[in-house]
Ligand binder design. Structure first.
Ligand code: GAP
Length: 656
């Protein structure tokens, strides 16, 4: 659980985000909608910068990556093939008391006393029965009977006592009384009862009544108006995850809950028209793999990048924007040759451990999946460092073999130290040839590539080598097919065909997938940038202000332009000229309202790295300073003078 100090920090960050227009709750005027967030003016700029930097780094500045922008709604077959329809679910529990829904793996362990309630039956029914029983008695007898009944209720033994009373009637010598008693006993046996067990966990020392109240509400909802329990048992428990973290009531057993948002395409809402909002951008890349390959003149190894919206009906959206229901992803699918192909062409696969992938050799031709995977982990960390998230704020988590998806060979999560805990920013997975293979099987369209180098190399391999590579490729293909439910004989046949393809220069590429969330990165950048500065004046009065120390490359506003005074037309004119000079190149904020100190403070809160002030020296009061401006640095408040003519070239390398 987060420390209070961290909660306080998060509260300050959330409040600043609203106050300064970084992030707003979606549909706020209607009370909001859980798991959905809007970006205000500063947030929109920050987000745009981050996406653009990712796009430039991953595509434009590389020769081996092409871009894609696909639709959000695609053929539902895509989600069948990818496994999302059948397995994209979270284990979910419901609280039997407050009805809140939790992800089973996110329940905080709790300890205390559990009160187990058994055999709830309806006291109000007993009351009705008693009324009937007393109906043919004199007024005096009725009064006495009711008084006795109320006493019995207090003792909570009414049903049994009633039964006893009726049984005495059964022994009566009068047949009518016997018959009536027998009749009422039958009614008593069919009393409204609930056999369901219900339990409530209370912290040690909390009174039992509190649990009883919750149990009563639970059984009332089941139609037992005045529940009475045949047994209540208590049990001491430690670190259990079977009870609601909010109200202590028992949780249902976990059950899978598919996270995809469902909709219908066209005017008819039938099963035939079901479609899904994409839960990841990756699958469109696989589905368009052949089209991109053919139109971009790329050859394996190469990647396809996409940035766009994804939707997941998360069971418990939480931690501000960290887990949202609508979010954006920046995904790269980097297609590589299977290791058997690299080995056939180059004679060996360079072991990942041998490589310093931060400075990749020019020749990557002997890289197998391990080296490419390592390379992309380093590239992605370097990207984060380049936008201000130092290595000290990041962690690498290498998933353990038992945590990996069945098709994955490795997966590294890049984690960021958020105030609420160290959590995933991005996952970098080595996904084998699973995705392309699935789409090939489901669509019936081949997803393999032809590689002339492989065909030429294969013919020259010693038989022992080609047999060994053939066997390894065959085994991998067969393993995948059997795992996907293809019958063993058929799987062997298909795997044989696939392995025979190697000799003809054909294979299905494997993939390395760096998959990052835009919104998580924005939140990380905001948390990372947040800092407070406290200054005390001569009179001992101190004031704390917020400085958002964004890296200039991501900062929403790059430069604040300010005339020293707004009532001096020459200063204003010059400041507007500076603004117009910079505007085509970057986001500039022109501010002439209030004292210069206030204006600087406003820009500090917005995270603007530089402020440019136009003063009387700019106008030539000191002739040697004519046409120079003051540059003020956000992070240390230092100032220096620069000629207006040099300003653009001074700023550009800092913000790009
Ligand atoms: N194609 C692989 C894939 O989608 P993922 O780990 O489910 O993998 C990748 O998602 C990234 O997308 C995560 O590391 C995270 O940054 C972001 N992401 C996933 N679910 C999210 C959510 N509910 N809200 C915000 N970001 C999310």
């Amino acid at each position: 659980m987060a420390e209070p100090k961290e909660n306080v920090l998060m509260e300050k960050i959330v409040s600043l985000c609203k106050r300064r227009g970084f992030i707003f709750q979606s549909s706020e005027i209607y009370g909001g909608i859980n798991g959905f967030w809007d970006y205000g003016p500063l947030g929109a700029e920050l987000k745009r910068n981050v996406k653009e930097l990712w796009w430039n780094t991953m595509t434009r500045q590389r020769d081996d990556v092409a871009g894609l922008e696909a639709t959000i709604i695609m053929s539902p077959q895509i989600w069948k093939a990818s496994g999302h329809v059948d397995t994209f679910s979270d284990p979910m529990c419901d609280c039997k008391g407050c009805k809140k829904r939790f992800r089973a793996d996110q329940i905080e362990p709790s300890s205390g006393v559990v009160f187990h309630f058994y055999g709830a039956e309806d006291r109000s029914m007993n009351k009705a029965l008693l009324d009937q029983l007393l109906a043919d008695k004199s007024e005096e007898e009725q009064r006495k009977g009711k008084e006795r009944y109320l006493e019995l209720l207090k003792e909570e033994r009414d049903a049994d006592i009633l039964k006893e009373e009726l049984e005495t009637h059964l022994r009566s010598g009068i047949p009518e009384v016997r018959d009536a008693a027998a009749d009422k006993l039958r009614q008593l046996d069919s009393l409204e009862r609930c056999t369901e067990h219900f339990a409530v966990l209370l912290p040690h020392g909390k009174p039992r009544e509190s649990a009883e109240k919750k149990a009563s509400v639970f059984f009332q909802q089941k139609g037992i108006k005045v529940p009475r329990f045949s047994a209540v048992r208590t049990e001491n428990v430690e670190n259990t995850v079977s009870y609601c973290n909010d109200c202590g009531c028992e949780l249902t057993a976990p059950r899978p809950f598919n996270l995809m948002f469902k909709t219908y395409v066209g005017p008819v809402e039938s099963e035939d028209n079901v479609a899904y909002l994409r839960p990841e951008t990756a699958q469109a890349i696989f589905a368009q793999f052949k089209n991109v390959l053919e139109t971009s003149r790329q050859r394996v190894p190469f990647g396809i990048a996409q940035v766009g919206k994804a939707f997941r009906n998360e069971v418990t959206p939480r931690n501000y924007t960290f887990r949202s229901r609508e979010f954006e992803q920046m995904e790269l699918e980097f297609f590589i040759k299977p290791d058997e192909v690299v080995e056939a062409i180059k004679g060996r696969v360079t072991p990942g451990a041998e490589l310093d992938t931060r400075h990749p050799a020019l020749d990557t031709s002997s890289w197998g999946w391990e080296a490419w995977h390592k390379y992309w982990v380093e590239q992605r960390i370097a990207f984060y460092e380049g936008i201000g998230l130092s290595r000290a704020t990041l962690e690498e988590y290498w998933q353990k073999p038992e945590e990996l998806a069945h098709y994955a060979r490795a997966c590294v999560d890049i984690l960021f130290k958020f105030p609420f805990g160290t959590q995933e920013l991005e996952g970098i997975a080595a996904r084998s040839d699973f995705d392309l293979s699935q789409h090939a099987r489901f669509s019936g369209k081949p997803m393999g590539v032809f590689d002339e180098e492989l065909r030429a190399a294969w013919g020259k391999l010693p038989k022992e080598k080609s047999d060994d590579l053939w066997r390894r490729y065959y085994e991998n293909r067969k393993k995948y097919l059997v795992k996907m439910g293809v019958e063993a004989e058929q799987a062997a046949k298909d795997a044989t065909n696939d392995a025979n393809g190697l000799a003809k220069g054909q294979y299905i590429p494997h993939v390395i997938e760096p998959s990052a969330g835009v919104d998580r990165l924005i939140l990380a950048l905001i948390c990372n940038a947040y800092s407070e500065v406290t200054e005390t004046d001569d009179k001992g009065k101190s004031e704390t202000t917020v400085v958002m120390k964004f890296h200039p490359r991501v900062a929403p506003i790059k430069v604040g332009v300010m005339p020293l005074l707004k009532n001096k037309p020459e200063l204003v004119k010059k400041a507007q000229e500076v603004r117009d000079l910079l505007r085509p190149w970057m986001n500039v904020f022109y501010d002439d309202a209030g004292s210069i100190g206030r204006r600087y403070a406003r820009q500090d809160e917005a995270g603007t790295p530089f402020c440019v002030t136009i003063d009387f020296d700019t106008l030539g009061e000191k002739p040697e300073l004519k046409d120079t401006v003051t540059i003020r640095y956000r992070d240390d408040g230092k100032q220096e003078r620069l000629a207006i003519g040099e300003l653009l070239n001074w700023l550009l390398p800092k913000i790009r």
